[in-house]
Design a protein around this ligand. Structure first.
Ligand code: UD1
Length: 345
C-alpha cells in the first residue's frame, strides 16, 4: 500500500533528519522544508546515502505564510506534518526572546492555519521535558504538573502545547500527537547524519565528543554539589534513532485513525536517569577514549534531576527506547570522527 506524504519541517536538523530516514525506511514519501538556519544541504545527501531515496526539499522559512501556502499547493498530497522547525538553545532564548517566540510560535500558527484547508489529518509536535521544570517526583509521568517555564525557549514549548489543544478543542478537523523528548543524543549508526551544532556546543554530548577529539581542551561539568548520588545532574539520555522511530508510530497512529483521541501526549525517554559523571564514564568505557574534564560551578537554570516514566508510550505506542547507552555513545563518537575525516570539525 502506498503511504501518504509527510511534511517534515526542520527536516535537515538533528532530530528531523533522523526522523526523515525512519519515515523513508517505513515507506513514507517526505517533503522537507527548512531554512537551513542551523543545518545545511549536505544532510540531504546523508539521508539519501542511508535510505537510497532523496527526500524532496524546499528551502524556506515556516514563519513565512505565503511560502508555506505555496508548499501545500505544490504538494497537495501532504497528509501529515511533523514539526521540528524551531529554535532550541535555552541560553540564546534568554537574550533573544522575540526571535524564539516569533520562530517557534509563528511556525506553529501558520501550520495549524493551513492544515484544515489543505486536508492534512494530523501534526506531530516536538515538545520537551522542559515543560515539567524541576519535577516533584521522578520518574516523570505525563500527568506531572506543568511548571512555570524558566526560559523563553521552554515557554514556547508550553504555549505551543496550549495552542494545539485550543485549536483542536475549537473543532479543527485534524489530530495531534505531542511528544515530550527527554535528552536526545547519539547519531545514526552509519555516521552519515548526526548533530552538528553551530559554534561552541551548549549541550553535553557535542561538547564531550569535541573535547574527546581535541577541539576543546576540557569539558566543564556543571556542579557536583547537587542532591544526587555523585553530586552531578541527572538526565534521561535517549538515542536519537529510537526517538525518530517513535515519530513514525505517531504519524501512523494519526493517519490511520488508530486512536479515537484528537490529542495525545507522550513522554519519550528511556526511564533511566544517568548523571553527567556516569555518562562521561560510559563514553570512556564504550570508546576507549578519555574525556578531560573538570568540575565547575553550577549552570544557571539547570534542573537537578529529571527522567521519564515512558510506560504510557511503551504500552500505547508499542514503542521502547532499546539502544544501550554504550552503543549510543559509540555512535556519537563515530559521528565526531566522521566530521573530522570530512574536514568539517
Ligand atoms: C536543555 C533543555 C531541554 C532542551 C535541550 C536542548 C531545560 C531544562 N532543558 O536540556 O528542554 O530540549 O536543552 O537544547 O531547559 N552539562 C555539563 N557540561 C556541559 C554541558 C552540559 O555538565 O558543557 C550538563 C548540564 O548541566 C546538564 C546535562 O549536562 O546536567 C545536560 O545538559 P544539556 O545537554 O545542555 O541539556 P539540558 O540542559 O538537560
Amino acid at each position: 500500500m502506498t503511504k501518504e506524504r509527510i511534511l517534515v519541517t526542520g527536516g535537515t536538523g538533528y532530530i528531523g533528519s533522523h526522523t526523515v530516514v525512519e519515515l523513508q525506511n517505513a515507506g513514507y514519501p517526505v517533503v522537507i522544508i527548512d531554512n537551513l538556519s542551523n543545518s545545511n544541504r549536505d544532510v540531504i545527501d546523508g539521508i539519501e546515502r542511508i535510505t537510497g531515496i532523496r527526500p524532496d526539499f524546499v528551502e524556506g522559512d515556516c514563519t513565512d505564510l505565503p511560502v508555506l501556502a505555496k508548499l501545500f499547493t505544490d504538494y497537495p498530497d501532504i497528509k501529515g506534518i511533523i514539526n521540528f522547525a524551531a529554535s532550541k538553545a535555552v541560553g540564546e532564548s534568554m537574550h533573544k526572546p522575540i526571535l524564539y517566540y516569533r520562530n517557534n510560535l509563528n511556525t506553529l500558527l501558520n501550520l495549524l492555519d493551513l492544515m484544515g484547508p489543505n486536508g492534512v489529518k494530523g501534526i506531530v509536535f516536538s515538545s520537551s521535558c522542559t515543560v515539567y521544570g524541576e519535577p516533584d517526583e521522578n520518574p516523570v509521568t505525563e500527568k506531572a504538573p506543568i511548571k512555570k517555564a524558566t526560559s523563553p525557549y521552554g515557554n514556547t514549548k508550553q504555549i505551543s502545547e496550549e495552542i494545539i489543544t485550543d485549536v483542536i478543542n475549537a473543532g479543527a478537523p485534524f489530530k495531534s500527537v505531542i511528544l515530550r523528548y527527554f535528552n536526545p543524543v547519539g547519531a545514526h549508526p552509519s555516521a552519515e547524519i548526526g548533530e552538528l551544532p553551530n559554534g561552541v556546543p551548549q549541550n553535553l554530548i557535542p561538547y564531550l565528543t569535541q573535547t574527546a577529539i581535541g577541539i576543546r581542551k576540557e569539558l566543564s561539568v556543571f556542579g557536583n554539589d547537587y542532591n544526587t548520588p555523585d553530586g552531578s545532574c541527572i538526565r534521561d539520555y535517549i538515542n536519537v534513532v529510537d526517538l525518530a522511530k517513535a515519530h513514525v508510530i505517531a504519524v501512523e497512529r494519526m493517519l490511520e485513525n488508530k486512536s479515537d483521541k484528537k490529542i495525545e501526549i507522550f513522554n519519550l525517554g528511556t526511564g533511566n536517569g544517568v548523571s553527567v559523571l556516569e555518562l562521561i564514564r560510559v563514553f570512556e568505557e564504550a570508546t576507549g577514549v578519555k574525556v578531560p574534564h573538570k568540575i565547575v560551578d553550577r549552570r544557571a537554570g539547570d534542573i537537578e534531576k529529571v527522567w521519564a516514566d515512558p510506560k504510557f508510550a511503551n504500552e500505547v505506542l508499542g514503542w521502547t527506547a532499546d539502544s544501550s547507552l554504550a552503543d549510543t555513545m559509540r555512535s556519537a563518537w563515530a559521528w565526531q570522527c566522521k566530521l573530522r575525516e570530512r574536514g568539517i570539525m
